[in-house]
Write a protein that binds this ligand. Structure first.
Ligand code: HEM
Length: 340
């Protein structure tokens, strides 16, 4: 976890590999958090073997403090990671090895300050933990080499946990991550103003898609759209859209969609249910989409779908036109996603 964490954050890795490492890191991290509590329970109900009599009082005290600090780190490390991803503005879910969703800590969701603090703490704890582990191993070596005392059998249980975890990682497949071909993809919108149709497009958006037809429970989609990038080509509309009553781009820099469930319809198309957040208003939305393979040999998949959203539900243009006398209440979104 320590070396993996440092590798995924510090090395220039290909994006799909880096993304997968993050997902493995989070999955294993929350399992370690659960194992921490298992370990704590075992420790509370079982009797720890007494420290060897030959140890000096000071050594015994140092060992006690060292173990207490190790346990604190074992909890704080995954907990700060959990707090970090829960408070991240991306809102990316933690799907444990593609099997089930680990919930976010609801009381910190979207909290930027908590995110900053947790990120800083996670990194500092990591370096502290590395130091502590080195110290711990040095102490064992000191006992073994200098004092000729073998304390290793006291730690045998660690091997069982390691074997269990390694087999778990090996046996679980994660849904395939797709790389988006942004040049050939678009998110367009259209509606009516004063009886005339207008069309526009969001130029700046990013999507993360993990999709596997055979593992829809482990599949998810997350899309972030920069509302500032909405352009219709009409100066009047483009001047109005960023303003407070419409997208309010000064205070809300991101439109966010996160899928909650993907299922397959009897006709072969798919149904996606998720949450759309615009201007801090989150509403459930659902839509059907179809997938097409364009090049059989290159697994290029294309998804197409459209959906209607009620702009008043999301506080868009509510002051200027609450009755939708000028601008239609329903805005059509037209999405075409092509993958590499
Ligand atoms: C024993 C458990 C864990 C250990 C030892 C560990 C260790 C690390 C390390 C060494 C880093 C790199 C620090 C840096 O240079 O920024 C890191 C980053 C990260 N960890 Fe963990 N971690 C653990 C648990 C978790 C958990 C449970 C989660 C989330 C559910 C998590 C999420 C992350 C994320 C998102 C990053 C990247 C932060 C960034 O991009 O700056 N970690 N972790």
């Amino acid at each position: 976890m320590l070396s993996g964490g440092l590798i995924m954050t510090n090395l220039e890795l290909p994006k799909p590999l880096q993304f997968d490492l993050y997902q493995y890191h989070k999955s294993l991290g929350v399992i370690l958090l659960m194992l921490f509590f298992v370990r704590l329970s075992v420790k509370m109900v079982s009797k720890t073997p007494p420290l060897p009599d030959e140890m000096t009082k000071l050594d015994k005290k140092l060992a006690k403090i060292g173990h207490l600090v190790l346990y604190t780190f074992m909890f704080a490390m995954p907990f700060t990671g959990w707090a970090m991803v829960s408070s991240s503005s991306y809102g990316l879910p933690t799907i444990v090895f593609g099997m089930f969703e680990w919930p976010h800590l609801s009381f910190v969701v979207g909290n930027h300050d908590v995110h900053e603090m947790a990120e800083e703490a996670h990194e500092l704890l990591a370096y502290g933990f590395i130091g502590l582990i080195i110290l711990h191993i040095s102490a064992v070596i000191k006992h073994y080499v200098v004092e000729k005392k073998n304390l290793l059998p006291r730690m045998g249980i660690g091997k069982i946990a390691l074997v269990l975890m390694v087999s778990l990682i090996g046996s679980q497949a994660v849904a395939k991550q797709y790389e988006i071909d942004y040049d050939n993809s678009h998110i367009q919108f259209s509606g009516e103003h004063a009886g005339r149709k207008f069309n526009g497009e969001f130029a700046d958006w990013r999507a993360e898609i993990e999709f596997d037809r055979n593992n829809l429970a482990g599949s998810f989609v997350r899309v972030s759209i920069n509302p500032k990038s909405a352009k219709t080509g009409d100066k009047m509309y483009d001047g109005t859209l960023p303003s407070e009553d419409w997208f309010n781009v000064i205070n809300h820099s991101i439109i966010h969609f996160k899928s909650n469930q993907i299922t397959q319809n009897p006709d072969g198309s798919f149904k996606m249910v998720g949450d759309l957040t615009i201007k801090k208003v989150t509403k459930p939305i659902s839509f059907d989409f179809i997938l097409r393979n364009t090049k059989q040999d290159k697994v290029t998949e294309i998804a197409d779908f459209s959906l209607k959203i009620n702009r008043l539900d999301f506080d868009i243009g509510k002051k200027s036109d609450p009755q939708a006398e000028w601008v239609s209440r329903d805005i059509d979104l037209n999405v075409h996603i092509s993958t590499k």
